[in-house]
Design a protein around this ligand. Structure first.
Ligand SMILES: [Ca+2]
Ligand SMILES: [Ca+2]
Ligand SMILES: [Ca+2]
Length: 311
């Protein structure tokens, strides 16, 4: 058994304590090597959980919006043009004006146009060219509607002052990836914005996300249209939209083409990898490549798609 070594006599002590020190360092290194991945996993899980919490807060904000206005806000999807459907601009404008007129009777619709913001200069400008409204998309719908309305009854959209937001956005995560002056909202740690799709219910007929499917399948800047696969190259300069989730993605075997959350809305987060679903691709085989699916939605109760399907 060793005894305490006086500080003045370090001739033997140095050698001995160095060996001890080396052993301790090796043990710490082994422990660290064992623990670091676990710690990394815990941090990752915590980040994902945080996104799950934020999604449920956005969900509550949308419910609050519906309580006040009787319907969930438009998601800026449109049917493909042609046949029975006019241009995207006309469809968007019709729905936008109808939603506003229903809720703001004194609104002057000619002058109360959406406002675009330049994040670099802070400048704002109203949409004066009618076609610019086409730039509004399902990733911009949440900041657009949940930011609240001005208390100017004639200009609830463009008026200043009195705004009561339905949701408190973290301003550092409001960005404009496609540079059109309309902001998207990004989960902490993700390069892909939250996307919002509203279920369509028409004359009591449940159309679910038919229009969202139409929108993404015809948004050719995001979709190659032929092979049914997302083009990952375009993500650098344009927003990418996921397809709405099917019910059997959430609960396997629950019906071939039924949509998840059929009568409300889907909030979809690509989560930490910044990619929607398996590698940003249209999901044809709905249970393939689950390893890539850290995606979170409002109907997955804070779980990733992978965890949800595995449970
Ligand atoms: Ca846009
Ligand atoms: Ca934008
Ligand atoms: Ca993902």
């Amino acid at each position: 058994m060793r005894t305490r070594i006086p500080k003045s006599d370090s001739r033997n002590a140095n050698g001995f304590t160095l060996v001890e020190l080396a052993v301790v360092i090796v043990i710490i290194a082994i422990l660290a090597a064992m623990l670091l991945p676990a710690i990394g996993g815990v941090i990752r899980k915590a980040k994902i959980a945080k996104i799950g919490v934020e999604i449920s807060l956005i969900e509550q904000a949308l419910e609050k919006y519906k309580l006040e206005f009787g319907e969930f806000p438009p998601d800026f999807t449109t049917y493909a043009e042609g046949g029975d459907f006019p241009s995207r601009r006309v469809q968007l404008d019709n729905e936008f004006q109808t939603h506003m007129a229903r809720n703001f009777r004194r609104r002057i619709h000619n002058s109360d146009a959406p406002v675009m913001v330049d994040l670099e200069t802070g400048d704002t400008a109203q949409v004066t060219e009618p076609h610019l409204i086409e730039n509004l998309d399902p990733s911009e719908a949440l900041p657009f509607w949940l930011g609240g309305f001005s208390n100017d009854p004639q200009a609830p959209i463009s008026g200043s002052g009195g705004r009561q937001p339905f949701f408190e956005f973290d301003k550092t995560r409001l960005m404009d990836q496609d540079g059109d002056g309309f902001l998207e909202y990004y989960p902490a740690g993700s390069t892909a914005p939250y996307v919002y799709y509203r279920a369509q219910i028409n004359n009591s007929e449940d159309l679910a996300y038919e229009r969202a499917f139409s929108f993404i399948s015809t948004t050719d800047r995001n979709h190659d249209g032929g092979s049914g696969q997302w083009s990952e190259a375009v993500t650098a300069f344009s927003n990418v939209y996921p397809i709405p989730y099917f019910a059997d993605r959430v609960a396997p075997g629950s019906g071939a083409n039924a949509a998840a959350a059929p009568r409300t809305f889907q909030i979809i987060s690509a989560s930490l990898d910044g990619k929607f679903g398996p590698g940003n691709r249209v999901i044809t085989d709905r249970v393939a490549n689950l390893d890539e699916e850290d995606d979170l939605t409002n109907f997955s109760q804070g779980k990733t798609m992978k965890d949800l399907v595995q449970d």
